[in-house]
Design a protein around this ligand. Structure first.
Ligand SMILES: Nc1ncnc2c1ncn2[C@@H]1O[C@H](COP(=O)(O)OP(=O)(O)OP(=O)(O)O)[C@@H](O)[C@H]1O
Ligand SMILES: [Mg+2]
Length: 312
């Protein structure tokens, strides 16, 4: 059999990180395993404190895990750390810079850190892409928050890494910049870069990410393609409206809500739910019109999954 040599972009196996506070320890990452394929636009989601930045901290070698194995493009993270460092560009959640340097100097320095001396052409392109040209001689400390975030992104990309990890790149940025960053990330992904993104804007993840992992209390609670996650939850939502003169009886056996547009909406965990609801409507002498299986959005999926997981 022919073996294809197409390594995964990222393999995470049984990653655990405990933080100690006094005598108590808590697991920021609890036996987390998942893979990211090359070319994926991968969303790493989870509520505050779920462990997303800790995981990214491990990948930037800022956080030392207690246990677990990580491979980047098939290379063991510990053994091939130099090659791994070249393979990823990380945009951290926290904005920190040396305030003494200008934008241009910051990017030159970062290039030097990767041993790239003649990097001016790419730096200029990055400045163009990110609309930073006019600010290139300004001190980073004098820039606005949104501008600083762009510099942070440029900084992570100076060595053209095949894998790009962005920890909340659009947090607190205005709508215009958010759209620019979406376009920029989409272009990078189209050019073959694997992108891993954390965000609290679920609409953003739904729009951009082909796959999604959800963390909650350090545990992986969902891992699937975005379309599968949406389809799974859509099936459980039924919508319809009633013709004039008809209304739902008070003793209707299923819980429902009346939407602003006059549609009734029902959630059910049973795959037979559609048939059961239709029977109940028929028994009540009602005619459901405009019947559809509702579209779930990623925000609802996220709330359902993290809520279910909290109740275990
Ligand atoms: N250096 C540290 N020392 C002690 N505890 C830490 C440290 N860093 C993170 N933690 C804890 O680990 C847990 C996960 O934090 P983390 O920053 O990874 O969450 P997150 O998913 O990135 O959250 P957010 O969405 O708010 O950015 C939290 O309970 C946090 O308090
Ligand atoms: Mg975080």
């Amino acid at each position: 059999m022919i073996e294809t040599s197409y390594p995964l972009a990222l393999e995470i196996n049984s990653l655990t990180k405990e933080f100690s506070r006094g005598k108590t320890t808590s697991k920021a990452l609890d036996n987390v395993s998942f893979n990211v394929e090359q070319g994926d636009f991968f969303g790493l989601l989870g509520p505050n404190g779920a462990g997303k930045s800790t995981l990214i901290g491990v990948l930037s070698s800022v956080v030392k895990p207690n246990s677990g194995v990580i491979k980047l493009l098939g290379m063991d993270f510990k053994t091939y750390w130099r090659q791994c460092k070249m393979a990823i560009g990380i945009v951290p959640q926290e904005i920190t810079f040396d305030p003494h340097f200008t934008v241009w100097e910051t990017l030159k320095l970062q290039s030097g850190y990767y041993g790239l001396r003649k990097n001016e052409k790419w730096i200029n392109q990055l400045l163009d892409f990110l609309d930073l040209k006019e600010k290139q001689n300004d001190k980073v400390s004098s820039l606005s928050g949104g501008m600083k975030r762009r510099v942070l992104i440029a900084q992570a990309l100076v060595h053209k890494p095949p894998i790009i990890i962005l920890d909340e790149p659009t947090a607190g940025v205005d709508i215009e910049l958010r759209h620019k960053l979406w376009n920029f990330m989409t272009e990078l992904n189209r050019d073959g870069h694997t992108i891993i993104l954390t965000t609290h804007y679920l609409e953003e993840a739904e729009r951009l990410c082909n796959k999604v992992a959800m963390l909650n209390h350090g545990k992986l609670v969902a891992l699937d393609s975005t379309s599968n996650l949406l389809a799974r939850y859509s099936k459980e939502r039924i919508k319809f409206f009633l013709p004039p003169g008809q209304s739902m009886p008070v003793d209707f056996p299923f819980k429902y809500s009346l939407l602003d547009n006059g549609f009734y909406s029902l959630d059910s965990d049973s795959p037979d739910s559609l048939r059961q609801v239709l029977n109940a409507l028929k028994d009540a002498g009602l005619t459901a019109e405009g019947l559809e299986l509702g579209k779930a959005n990623l925000e609802e999926v996220f709330l359902r999954i993290t809520h279910d997981n909290d109740n275990i």
